[in-house]
Design a protein around this ligand. Structure first.
Ligand code: NAI
Ligand code: MG
Length: 498
């Protein structure tokens, strides 16, 4: 496959510059003085040097967040004032849409056009949506029945209070959007935050840090500390003065976070991996389903936790669908994210490239077969061909494990009960797709599938209003929607004897 030349693209970004940590409203170097390079994954070129936060910086950031929670102007703001600040963050994200999309493309590899159409407006919308919740948080009044105090009367009510200082660890696949998903509800509920972006993609979260200050978020309320997972991330998850940790990333690290959080029993929410089934029935609009299956796996280089990586097709349409998705895979223009022609960029890193190409080898050795793609693309850059696999069996690793790349495995089915069993035969339960023109079949299957999101005749619909998260080992709790607020709130019961 020909890839667009990753040549010098016109950008406003100044390559080779340095970035600092945001702690207590100040930009500063890491306590150790260390920094690390962040790379353009399409070329391997250095984009910037970033201060490398570690345990000592995390500790300073947690102290700043604690002060901002207990003393600062933040906790004295009215909900309306807080909501307006959060709304302004959304406005500033949109005012800087082009710049943020470019940063996202350079640091992650994704097409700038995709970042401009999806990542950036979704991030802005999340802040706008959460801004509205700041003024709508409320407890309730309750009438207690107390059998051992006959005749006593009470006035009782519940208060919703911020959980406190929150640690947030986010991944590299949607760097800005994941920051927004995490920060929006934390700010709406009045928490303060230490955010650790992924080491592969720290740039957009650091720029967002500047925009937060510009919007009027007081210093110390959001601290942004890039660094590595094993050092900065682990220190945040274990910190005794952090009240809650929110994590998005691998299931493997999610389990480490749970263990680290047990020291002070901090609250934990997790958004982890997936191996989501996309199911095409005999009565589906086949052309729409083919397009949906391709988009469900190839969007964002397949680096999406809810990617539809297991494609179950009714045997009547199996050949047609495999042919259609393969044609779509072969037609995708792979190249540098800043090239306007590009539809798919490189994978984010050497590590992810090794992982995905490793799975292509595993699939082959297990006896499955690539009918489109199946190989890496010659460098520079971490490019992999969009790949369609057939002949995989339910117990194969390529069917059971998350690849997190542009790789889909198609399997035929004939019986709906058997299909439902196979769809649920996974440690994961993040998302699913169902393609059918039979309304009752769609709703029945939506109930049977153990996943946090079921799409019917569509795929990859993300919206600030819709809760998102996983059953089973895909996570704990939900992001977005009203539901996410409970991750960041404590409930207090107040009882007054009358
Ligand atoms: P990862 O889970 O190691 O990294 C995600 C975040 O966790 C990063 O900010 C990282 O610095 C941090 N982290 C790593 N180790 C940590 C630790 N011990 N304590 C605290 N924080 C830690 O994911 P990685 O290695 O980048 O990718 C591996 C696989 O994970 C991918 O191939 C994919 O299958 C899955 N993944 C899932 C994501 C999702 O959206 N659910 C996002 C990224 C990766
Ligand atoms: Mg890792």
């Amino acid at each position: 496959m020909a890839i667009a030349v990753p040549g010098p693209h016109q950008t406003s970004f100044e390559r080779g510059s340095s970035r600092q940590l945001l702690i207590d409203g100040q930009w500063r170097d890491a306590a150790s003085g260390k920094s690390f390079e962040t790379l353009d994954p399409a070329t391997g070129e250095v984009l910037a040097r970033v201060a490398e936060g570690a345990a000592q910086d995390i500790d300073l950031a947690v102290q700043a967040a604690r002060r901002a929670l207990e003393d600062g102007p933040w906790s004295r703001m009215t909900p309306s004032e807080r909501g307006r600040v959060i709304h302004r963050v959304g406005d500033l994200v949109m005012e800087h849409a082009d710049e943020l999309a470019e940063l996202e493309s350079l640091d992650n590899g994704k097409p700038k056009a995709v970042a401009l159409a999806a990542d950036v407006p979704l991030a802005a919308d999340l802040f706008w949506y959460m801004a509205g919740w700041a003024t709508k948080l409320k407890g309730g009044t309750v009438t207690p029945s107390v059998p051992y105090l006959p005749g006593a009367e009470f006035h009782a009510y519940t208060l919703k209070e911020p959980v406190g200082v929150v640690g947030q660890v986010i991944p590299w696949n949607f760097p800005l959007l994941m920051a927004a998903w995490k920060l929006g509800p934390a700010l709406a509920t009045g928490c303060t935050v230490v955010l650790k972006p992924a080491e592969q993609t720290p740039l957009s979260a650091l720029r967002l840090g500047e925009l937060l200050l510009e919007a009027g978020v007081p210093g110390g309320v959001v601290n942004v500390v890039p660094g590595f997972g094993e050092t900065a991330g682990a220190a945040l998850a274990a910190h005794p003065d952090v009240d809650k940790i929110a994590f998005t990333g691998s299931t493997e690290v999610g389990k480490l976070i749970v263990n680290a959080a047990s020291g002070n029993l901090k609250r934990v929410s997790l958004e982890l991996g997936g191996k989501s089934p996309n199911i095409i029935f005999e009565d589906a609009d086949v052309e729409a389903a083919i397009a949906g299956a391709a988009q469900g796996i190839f969007f964002n280089q397949g680096e999406v936790c809810s990617a539809g990586s297991r494609l179950y097709v009714h045997q009547e349409h199996f050949d047609q669908v495999v042919e259609g998705v393969s044609a779509a895979a072969k037609a995708i223009k792979v190249g540098h994210g800043l090239d306007p022609e590009t539809e798919m960029g490189p994978l984010v890193s050497q590590e992810q490239f090794d992982r995905v190409t490793g799975y292509l080898g595993i699939g082959e050795s297990e006896g499955s077969r690539a009918v489109a793609g199946g190989r890496a693309i010659d460098g520079p850059g971490y490019f992999v061909e969009p790949t369609v696999i057939v002949d995989a069996q339910p117990d194969h690793r390529i069917i059971r494990e998350e690849v997190f790349g542009p790789v889909i495995a198609a399997m035929p089915f004939s019986d709906v009960d058997d299909l439902a069993r196979q769809a649920n035969d996974s440690h994961y339960g993040l998302a699913a797709g169902v393609w059918t023109s039979d309304v009752s079949k769609a709703h029945k299957l939506a109930k049977r599938i153990k996943a946090g999101t079921v799409h019917v005749n569509t795929y990859h619909v993300f919206s600030a209003e819709l809760p998102f998260g996983g059953y089973k080992q895909s996570g704990w709790g939900r992001e977005m929607g009203e539901e996410v607020l409970s991750n960041y709130l404590e409930t207090k019961s107040v009882i007054v004897g009358l």
